[in-house]
Design a protein around this ligand. Structure first.
Ligand code: UD1
Length: 433
């Protein structure tokens, strides 16, 4: 296998930036929801499967898209942005099945090149992030599934290598509906010899988006949107590039609903898909938010203080773990006591310390958090530890008296397309410095 990788420019992080929130509200007006990070990165990876120029629209302007673009450029798929919200990915057919460490380590979704590269090239070398990260977010289900399809793996010096002359179909049953493993096996199965079934597959809206993209390319997939996917393999020559609109981002949409909840007011979250957020909207209704969904989006009104609820995170259609920092922030200023149970990433409560700095009464024990609502938080300097926690800090700033200064903004930039501008446009007192 060739190990030479042509390096493309690595995206720079805005490490010094901070976001300053000085309360604000009530909110009013319209905010538009961009495409989903957790979909577009997977659509981009799937362009490895066949030659030609793919057009993606409703693409969020976020750092992770740029990083994935650099990763694909190193592999042999060039990305250009002809207009705002659009990218063209040109698969030249000269694919190097090697993913360089400095890009792979920066986004979890880089694992999504594994299945397409192995299926297309019969070999792949992927650098893995350090041991601790690997341990915290394992890829054993990806590996076991690809092994069942005929791949052989070796792990050495932080690199993963896999080979398979041609993958073959297999019957795979997950013990947990992993999003990433479903995507990787599905995209690999598109070019495998024969039929692959994936039982207990994840069925998030972003997975459906990827299925629809693959089917438009010429893939044969049955059971889309269910927990049993059946994929009949084709050859790369039977696939063709397509133009595709990325599904709207339900987590960004939820962020604006949460902002309205704590700041009060009434906004239209345009482009949000209520059907992709049904269970969350039910629970937000239980908290007292007035929500109306339509083809154009979600209208939300927050009148008075919200009520506490108990929530547990689960795979889709359950409440997504990525909503949790937002929910805990909403509960921090709700009336009553709420218990939040994390079922996907036990111990993922690091941002709670930051909320406590703002005066929130949150106690964690194992995979539970008990949140006792207080009337108002009070502003302080806080740090964004990851994308979702960072957005929750911004929402917390809207629930606080005085100034909240959020550092670690590069985390927010990974997944949020102009969070500050969008919140300011609906009346929040927020700036980026
Ligand atoms: C994706 C999302 C992430 C979201 C998560 C769950 C992207 C880029 N990220 O992550 O924002 O929080 O879904 O909705 O789309 N697991 C294993 N072995 C595996 C694979 C997963 O044990 O081989 C475990 C993970 O450690 C975790 C759980 O399964 O505890 C969920 O992981 P998974 O659904 O695979 O999430 P990701 O695809 O990593």
């Amino acid at each position: 296998m060739s190990t030479s990788v042509e390096h493309s420019p690595v995206v720079q992080r805005d490490d010094d930036a901070s976001i300053v929130v000085r309360g604000g509200g009530p909110l009013s007006g319209t905010v538009e929801v961009p495409g989903a990070k957790n979909s577009v990165l997977k659509l981009m990876a799937a362009t490895i499967l066949c030659d030609g120029a793919f057009e993606l629209t409703n693409v969020p302007d976020i750092a992770d898209v740029a990083i994935m673009g650099d990763l694909l450029a190193a592999i042999g798929v060039d990305m250009v942005r002809p207009a705002a919200g659009e990218v063209v990915l040109d698969n030249t057919g000269r694919i190097t099945p090697v993913a360089p460490f400095e890009l792979v380590e920066r986004i979890r979704a880089s694992i999504n090149v594994l299945g397409p590269l192995l299926a297309r090239c019969g070999e792949v070398r992927l650098s893995m992030p350090g041991g601790d990260d690997f341990g915290a977010r394992p890829i054993d289900m990806h590996v076991a599934g690809l092994e069942a399809m005929g791949a052989e793996f070796t792990f050495a010096d932080g690199d993963l290598e896999a080979r398979a002359d041609r993958l073959h179909g297999a019957d795979i049953t997950f013990d947990f509906p992993s999003v990433g493993a479903t995507e990787n096996l599905m995209t690999a199965a598109v070019l495998a010899d024969g039929v692959t079934t994936i039982d207990n597959a994840a069925r998030e809206p972003e997975i459906i988006d990827l299925c629809e993209f693959l089917v438009a390319m010429g893939a044969r997939i049955d059971g889309i949107g269910t927990s049993t996917l059946r994929i009949e393999g084709v050859t790369s020559a039977e696939l063709a590039p397509v133009r595709h609109r990325t599904v709207p981002d339900r987590i960004q949409a939820a962020t604006y609903l949460a902002a309205c909840c704590v700041a009060g007011g009434e906004i239209d979250v345009v482009g949000a898909r209520g059907d992709h957020m049904a269970m969350l909207l039910d629970r937000f209704g239980d908290m007292g938010l007035e929500l109306t969904t339509s083809d154009s989006g979600i209208h939300v009104a927050a009148r008075g203080r919200s009520r506490s609820i108990d929530v547990a995170t689960l795979p889709y259609p359950g409440i997504a773990t990525d909503y949790k920092p937002l929910i805990i922030t909403m509960l921090a200023v709700a009336d009553g006591v709420g218990i939040v149970t994390e079922n996907l990433y036990p111990g993922r409560f690091r941002y709670v310390e930051e909320l406590q700095r703002l005066g929130a009464d949150v106690r964690t024990s194992g995979h539970h958090a008990v949140v006792r609502g207080v009337a108002r938080l009070s502003g302080a300097p806080v740090r964004a530890h990851d994308i979702r926690a960072g957005a929750a800090m911004v929402v917390a700033g809207l629930a606080a008296e005085g100034e909240t200064r959020i550092s670690g903004v590069h985390h927010i930039d990974r997944g949020y397309d102009d969070l500050v501008g969008r919140l300011r446009s609906v009346g929040a007192a927020i700036d980026r410095t």
